[in-house]
Design a protein around this ligand. Structure first.
Ligand code: ZN
Length: 497
């Protein structure tokens, strides 16, 4: 490769290393750090992030990006293309705006925590107003063709537009609301045995066993506990996940482990030749979520999976499960209930929580509603979509951290991930012989290899839509997800509309 390319590569490697160091400090903050270090840690992370940003947006990198020559159709060409896009976007957002957003978000986060604790939305509202105004400013700085929301969404789901998401969610809602209503009218499933008190050490051991079996590589990763489960990657060779265990909830930690392992295996599966560059990560948040959901739901909440693992689980937790047949356990882990809290939502109702947030975010960005109107709007939409009443803002508009972080445009990626996971899963099932038998026998190698070769290895060299197109032969669609939901939940609750 040319000397200019090598010079550019070295600069981009440095940016990557600074970012990885900042992420390691953040991992440490969630896993190990004493509370008293919050202030100093925020400063240290900010220092590294600023250094990375300055290096990346420098004239030197800009000049090299425009004069360097690389062979067409190579990973080097992909690197230059994606780096130019990132560089262009980063340069358009003025440094002053970046720091105003960081300061506003620091304050909004503190106000949000307090407001959520005291059920006092009025305390958070002015901060949210500021965050929205800054996000609109950011959208205009970045630029957009149709809708300011496009510019914000693009940060999390590159290439996807607001209009596309609106179409997808619109048709999804029309099919989903009657399904949720039909299930609500059927006899409820019993799941009280899942809340029997169990030993969290035994839960941890079982989760570690699952990680080994499904193919999360513990020689290039590790699992710890943290207040909010997450996954993070410092290198293709160091991808870490966390989980959270509850003595009175046997399965929540196990599903969180499977979910984060799905994210982790995506990052571990990136082609090692991309290591140390900005291509060496998942291509979008939606595609990332498709991988976590696939392992958590399509595999982890499936009958074949528990046909294999349930006897072990019963042996590990006899006091909770001895008297519970496999089918009753399977129904319990797939129980559908309309509930106010997104992170506790089941597979069927989850997307409705996302649609509500997406609709509200558009109204905010279009300045058609102000922050003060959100609690009422939230209540109205929850009644409309899920048929439930919201009694407090803590269980309503204040439940999630995203807006206080300035992460407007993030939510749709959760539902897009669900849709993609069903599309991808349907193709994997068709491509891999004896699929269900393998899962029941604890053989996950063929699925892991299929996901790596079709999705993981590409890193950011291909967009999510390109991957979906190549794998499924079409665009992101609601049909496979709806078919999956109707089949699975029709089996549990009886025929669905
Ligand atoms: Zn996730």
């Amino acid at each position: 490769m040319s000397p200019k390319f090598n010079e550019l590569l070295a600069l981009l490697n440095t940016v990557h290393d600074l970012e990885a160091a900042a992420e390691l400090l953040q991992w440490d903050q969630e896993v190990n750090m004493p509370d008293a270090a919050t202030e100093s840690r925020a400063r240290q992370v900010a220092t590294l992030s600023r250094a990375a940003h300055e290096q990346f947006t420098s004239e030197q990198v800009g000049d090299l990006l425009h004069c360097v020559e690389v062979p067409p159709n190579s990973w080097q060409a992909d690197l230059i293309r994606v780096a130019r896009e990132d560089h262009e976007r980063a340069r358009r957002i003025p440094a002053a705006l970046v720091s105003r957003l960081a300061i506003a978000s620091g304050r909004a986060k503190a106000a949000w925590r307090q407001a959520r604790q005291d059920d006092d939305y009025a305390r958070f509202a002015p901060h949210l107003e500021t965050i929205i105004a800054l996000c609109i400013e950011k959208a205009h700085a970045i630029g957009f063709k149709e809708h300011p929301y496009d510019a914000l969404l693009d940060e999390y789901e590159p290439g996807m537009t607001t209009a596309q998401v609106r179409d997808l969610f619109g048709s999804l809602r029309n099919d989903l609301v009657p399904i949720v209503k039909a299930i609500a009218a059927r006899p409820a499933v019993t799941d009280s045995f899942l809340r029997t008190t169990t030993d969290t050490t035994a839960q941890w051991d079982f989760g570690m066993g699952l990680l080994r079996r499904i193919g999360y590589d513990l020689s290039r990763g590790r699992q710890d506990t943290s207040a909010h489960p997450f996954s993070t990657s410092f290198s293709v060779h160091d991808v870490r996940i966390t989980t959270r265990l509850h003595a009175n909830n046997l399965c929540s930690g196990l599903f969180s482990t499977l979910h984060e392992a799905g994210h982790g295996m995506y990052e571990q599966g990136v082609d090692p030749k991309l290591e140390g560059t900005l291509l060496a990560r998942g291509t979008s948040l939606g595609m990332h979520e498709s991988q976590s959901r696939l392992w958590e739901n399509q595999i982890g909440r499936s009958l074949p999976f528990w046909r294999g693992f349930y006897p072990d689980l019963q042996r590990a937790f006899p006091q909770a499960l001895d008297q519970v047949p496999l089918n009753a356990f399977y129904q319990a882990i797939n129980k559908v209930t309309a509930s106010p809290i997104r992170v506790e939502a089941d597979e069927v109702t989850y997307n409705l929580h996302i649609m509500l947030r997406f609709e509200i975010e558009q109204l905010l960005v279009e300045q058609k509603v102000g922050a003060a109107e959100l609690p009422d709007l939230w209540r109205t939409k929850m009644r409309e979509y899920l048929g439930i009443n919201i009694n407090s803002d803590t269980d309503g508009v204040l439940q999630d951290i995203h807006w206080s972080l300035g992460a407007i445009g993030y939510y749709p990626t959760y539902a897009l991930g669900n849709l993609m996971s069903a599309q991808i899963f349907a193709c994997a099932k068709e491509a891999i012989p004896d699929f269900d038998d393998n899962i029941a026998r604890g053989i996950f190698g063929p699925l892991g290899a299929w996901l790596t070769s079709n999705i993981h290895q590409w890193g950011r060299t291909r967009t999510a839509s390109q991957i979906v197109q190549t794998v499924t032969g079409g665009a992101v669609s609601t049909r496979p997800w709806l078919a999956y939901i109707r089949q699975k939940y029709g089996g549990i609750y009886g025929g669905l509309p």
